[in-house]
Write a protein that binds this ligand. Sequence first.
Ligand SMILES: [Zn+2]
Length: 241
Amino acid sequence: MTQPPCRVCGDSHTGFFAEKDGYAYARCAACGFVFLDPMPDAAALAGQYAGEAIGAEAYPKAASRFRRARVKALRLVRYIRGNETIDLGCGGGFMVEAMRRLGARATGVDVNPGAIAYASRRFARNRFYCDDLAGFEGRGLAFDFVYASEVMEHLPDIGAFMGLIARITRPGGHVYVTTPDIGHWRVPGDVTEWDMFSPPMHVQFFNRRCLGVLFERHGFRVRRRFFKLKPGLQMLAQRLA
Ligand SMILES: [Zn+2]
């Protein structure tokens, strides 16, 4: 049986890594990227999110979500103020509103119609779209600052996501991403005990190095990596002019 090539670095030396709940993950020997093998398609994953119905009237933990969004946005204010910004996977729109309050023309996109209904109603001064990645790309929009928090670990086609990111980020613009860090020293020795190791929702895991490699292969330069006590990556990259 031939192994699939690594979608981050292209190396063909990938092999079995771990199994949980009947799902097998492979790991790239060259860059450490970990991914479901076989990778489920988007239609199979869509069923996993069916239970996450959110109504337009109420959003779980709205007050604390907004508080946390404001703290995060403040740390990134220099990339936000006066800029066109987008939150990819914006949920209820808390980060979008936090960016607007810091002086951005802010946009949010999410596949969850309930979340977008809530965001449009609650934070009506922003633009919101209920799209999948391909649908959003078709709009032809471009931004100075792209924010995508805890999104990348969910996407079965990471190449398509990076293509979208490269196309919607203006030359010289910045992208900020967060995703679990499988290379972090606090990930348990038995990785199946890690609470983030949850197939099939989390289809892949990055480490510090391979996340940088991925962005560099798609026309970005890594500008900042943020230190985290918990196993999470936070990275800022700039699109080359
Ligand atoms: Zn690799």
